[in-house]
Design a protein. Structure first.
Length: 82
């Protein structure tokens, strides 16, 4: 089953501009859409392998308010500029 995590930029901006607390993450699969500000990625045994975090009060030094964290190795592939 494929699951997608969507980051809602409109809610991030609205929260920042208007002091709201709208959910900024939508986790979508074939059955449902779930909304929140933290989404955990777990393996088949239920162990956390990563998480999406929305932290408007404590953004990263670069200014990011939403990011993904994991202790696992992450492979990055070069951008194909064609």
């Amino acid at each position: 089953m494929k699951t997608r995590v969507h980051v809602n930029q409109h809610n991030i901006r609205s929260n920042h501009k208007n002091g709201l607390d709208l959910p900024v993450l939508t986790v979508k699969d074939y059955k449902q859409n779930r909304k929140g500000n933290v989404a955990l990625v777990v393996d088949d045994e239920g162990n956390e392998v990563g998480r999406f975090i929305y932290s408007p009060e404590k953004p990263l030094p670069c200014g990011a308010r939403v990011w993904f964290e994991t202790d696992l190795n992450v492979q990055v592939f070069p951008h194909d500029s064609e």
